[in-house]
Design a protein around this ligand. Structure first.
Ligand code: ADP
Ligand code: ZN
Ligand code: ZN
Length: 755
């Protein structure tokens, strides 16, 4: 079908800031339609004629009803053209449009097309992300909410003497200017709908259904108008200059507490002044109550928040409000990148390195950063990526000139970065300290007793941290090929690599020092809380982890209690590392900093560095200076060492060297193709796909596998995978041989997990 109309036009008018999309289309004869069926076989554009009477109405993004074989199906118009591309006899017509206005913005139709191609998924599946929430979940009924509006027609109606209730209704209406929504009226007049019906029958009042909106309130927090520091000012200027010019993404690299939020706020203010709109993405809404409050205060009535705790109805109303252009700033997690702001001019990704920005479910496993960049290309917008610890890939692009670098190397008001001490836990063990706390951490906790100061203790236990560690020398077994730690598989009593086929028997003794203290690692936060209570009964604690935050609202309740000083120590998993701004926190303790180094993952060093830097950044944010005590079995590891000396660049240089040597991103693309299904079928499908890729003779492509996935079977379905390393994006993933039968194929670009 050639280059689509819309991309061509957008390219031609780079200067109109995407406002082009608001313009009505010229009349077209034919429509390219994607039918709303999630199946490989129909993952292509079908051409239909547009009946004369709909030619002025139907636009790109319209939901339409089309004949399909013997059925009638819903679909979306994704192209309009004058050229007939099927045989005339076979051409069928669109039956009708299903909404008065197109449901999807044209730029988002293009984005969906790009996602389908890039992530080897279905166009129709990608379009789902662009739809109002209720429809996306197949719940048509959730939609517009209506209520009865009651209007008084006769100002002084004649009522029977004993019609007390009717009189009360009339009086309430008179007092409220003659109009009121039925639920409120009934509550005030203490009566039921039958009274209203009686009054309506007599022509005293009129009843009509009107649309009401479910409101989502963000509570504004005190928001001081800050005078920008020189550095902040420079960062804002850099971003605005790019927005005026080439609009390359800006990477805002600012240390913790350097005032990135204020930079965001001022850039948004400028974008709004120009009549454009902004999306602010955060890793997790629950972690950012402080930030939300400041946004709500700065841009009163123009901010909305999208998050998963909202009901479908609330989300639907938010979506409509956004689609109709009635709000200008949308804050949300990952999927808010699709918020249908019609005049989008800016997307900010705060903490851009966070892994929650990667979609890990469904057939389209997108990386939000890439989607944001693409969307801004389509609408003429600017992307800002903010982080104290940028993803190695992002920093690499900045050094290459693909991104523009803006830096905030100091905390505001010259507050010092916290001092970080690293304790060698092998030493502690040798000195006879078998406790989970080092002597240094214990001293500092004792010091806390009886003061107003607070502490945060991080224990980053992961579900799959089942590596084996020598408590005497700190040795952990790595794969000889892959530089990731081996994972212990209890069932077979073997250590396996999750990136290649290497496996070995669990040794009896430490291969380095022959000690017998080889232990599986696995203390949890709960145990930590108990131990702390025994050793420091004076310190009140709160715990923040997956278990204590399961209940809705529990997360923010715990943070509120901590902010109010109801506890002195906050214990938790990586949840405590991010975004929190508590001025009373002067001490941060990290137990087993190595845990995250031992996750079988090529990004484990990066993640460790990020986690340590982030959690350290929680300390000393107020007037008092901060201290961080990091306990580790391998204190000399470069990720820990770089975090200790606040040396992002030092970390980056080491890490990028490893990535280059091992052929990992950003130098080579890693793609994981997973086949799951009945045993032989899954294996055969995986082998067929591997053979197909090899037969295409793609230069510089390496395959690892096919081999059974580390978790070989989930819910009775066998899992086989093949890993592909390629130079540049792997083309033609959409044309893989069909798996057939009951086998499901998942393509994951730059996978975060290999399990
Ligand atoms: P980051 O996100 O970079 O870690 P924040 O945006 O949370 O940092 O800012 C850290 C603290 O510094 C906040 O309490 C904020 O109010 C304050 N701050 C930011 N900019 C300024 C400024 N120009 N002058 C004074 N205080 C500022
Ligand atoms: Zn050892
Ligand atoms: Zn390996």
């Amino acid at each position: 079908m050639g280059v689509s109309e819309i991309t061509a036009l957008v390219r031609a008018c780079g200067g109109c800031h995407g406002l082009f999309f608001e313009v009505k289309h010229v009349e077209k004869l034919y429509a390219g339609v994607i039918v709303d069926v999630r199946a490989e076989a129909v993952n292509r554009i079908f051409q239909y004629a547009i009946p004369e009477r709909y030619r002025a109405t139907i636009e790109i993004g319209h939901r339409v009803l089309v004949p399909f074989g013997r059925r009638k199906l819903e679909g979306y118009v994704v192209e309009l053209t004058d050229e007939l591309e099927v045989e005339k006899e076979r051409l069928r017509s669109i039956l009708k449009p299903l909404d008065p206005e197109p449901a999807i913005l044209p730029s988002l139709v293009e984005l969906a097309r790009w996602m389908g191609e890039t992530y080897a998924g279905l166009f129709s599946e990608a379009l789902q992300y662009m739809l109002p929430p209720a429809r996306r979940y197949g719940r048509e009924r959730v939609g517009v909410k209506t209520a009865q509006l009651v209007t008084l027609l006769e100002p002084e109606p004649q009522l029977r003497k004993n019609a007390w209730v009717q009189r009360r209704v009339v009086e309430v209406l008179q007092a409220r200017g003659g109009r009121l929504l039925a639920p409120e009226l009934l509550a005030l007049a203490e009566t039921s709908t039958s009274t209203l019906r009686a009054l309506a029958e007599r022509g005293i009042i009129a009843l009509e259904d009107v649309r009401v909106e479910r409101k989502v309130e963000v509570e504004p927090l005190p928001d001081p108008q800050l005078v920008l520091t020189a550095r902040q000012h420079e960062a804002v200027a850099t971003i605005l200059a790019e927005l005026e010019g080439e609009r390359r993404p800006v990477l805002l690299h600012g240390v913790t507490g350097s005032g990135k939020t204020e930079v965001y706020l001022q850039v948004i203010a400028e974008v709004l002044r120009r009549g454009r709109q902004a999306i602010v993405l955060v890793p997790e809404i629950a972690l950012t109550p402080q930030m939300l409050g400041r946004f709500a205060a700065r841009f009163p009535d123009r901010v909305t928040v999208l998050h998963s705790a909202l009901s479908l109805g609330e989300r639907f109303d938010q979506w409509c409000k956004i689609r109709e252009g009635r709000v200008d700033v949308v804050i949300g997690a990952r999927s808010a990148v699709f918020a249908p702001l019609p005049r989008l001019g800016l997307i900010i990704l705060d903490e851009e390195h966070e892994r929650t920005y990667k979609q890990e479910e469904g057939s389209i496993r997108y990386q939000t950063r890439e989607v944001a960049i693409k969307r801004c290309q389509l609408t003429g917008g600017q992307v800002v990526l903010g982080s104290a610890t940028p993803a190695v890939e992002s920093y690499h692009r900045a050094l290459q000139g693909q991104y523009i670098l803006a830096e905030l190397p100091e905390r505001v008001e010259s507050r010092p970065l916290p001092k970080i001490e690293v304790v060698d836990m092998r030493e502690e063990f040798a000195q006879g300290n078998r406790s989970m706390f080092s002597r240094r951490l214990r001293e500092e906790l004792e010091d806390l007793v009886g003061t107003e100061r607070q502490a945060i203790i991080l224990l980053n236990r992961r579900g799959f941290a089942n590596f084996v560690l020598c408590r005497e020398c700190g040795e952990v077994l790595d794969c000889p090929n892959c530089q990731v730690s081996l994972t212990y598989h209890k069932g077979v009593n073997r250590l396996k690599c999750h990136y290649c086929l290497h496996q070995e028997v669990l040794p009896q003794k430490c291969p380095r020092c022959a000690s017998r203290y080889l232990r599986q690692f696995g203390v949890g936060t709960e145990q930590l809380e108990e131990t702390l209570a025994q050793e420091f009964p004076e310190l009140k604690t709160l715990r923040l982890d997956a278990d204590t935050t399961r209940r809705k609202g529990a997360h923010s309740a715990i943070l509120r209690q901590f902010a109010q000083g109801q506890a002195q120590v906050l214990i938790g998993t990586q949840m405590v590392a991010k975004g929190l701004d508590f001025p009373q926190v002067t001490l941060v303790g990290v137990l087993a900093a190595d845990l995250s180094l031992r996750f079988p993952d090529i990004r484990s060093s990066e993640r460790t560095f990020q986690l340590l830097t982030q959690v350290a950044g929680r300390s000393g944010r107020g007037e008092l200076p901060g201290l961080v005590i990091v306990q580790a079995y391998e204190p000399g590891h470069f990720a820990i060492e770089a975090a200790r000396s606040h040396d992002y660049l030092g970390f980056y240089r080491k890490e990028i060297g490893f990535r280059r040597a091992l052929g990992y991103p950003p130098f080579r693309q890693l793609t994981r193709i997973l086949c799951s299904g009945p045993q032989t079928e899954a294996e055969e499908a995986c082998r067929r796909i591997a053979a197909h890729l090899l037969a295409r003779g793609i230069p510089q492509m390496d395959l690892v596998g096919p081999f059974p996935a580390p978790i070989g079977r989930i819910q009775g379905r066998y899992r086989w995978q093949v890993l592909v390393k390629s130079d540049g994006p792997l083309q033609g993933l959409g044309e893989l041989p069909s798996a057939g039968g009951d086998v499901q194929v998942t393509v994951d670009l730059d996978p975060l997990y290999m399990l």
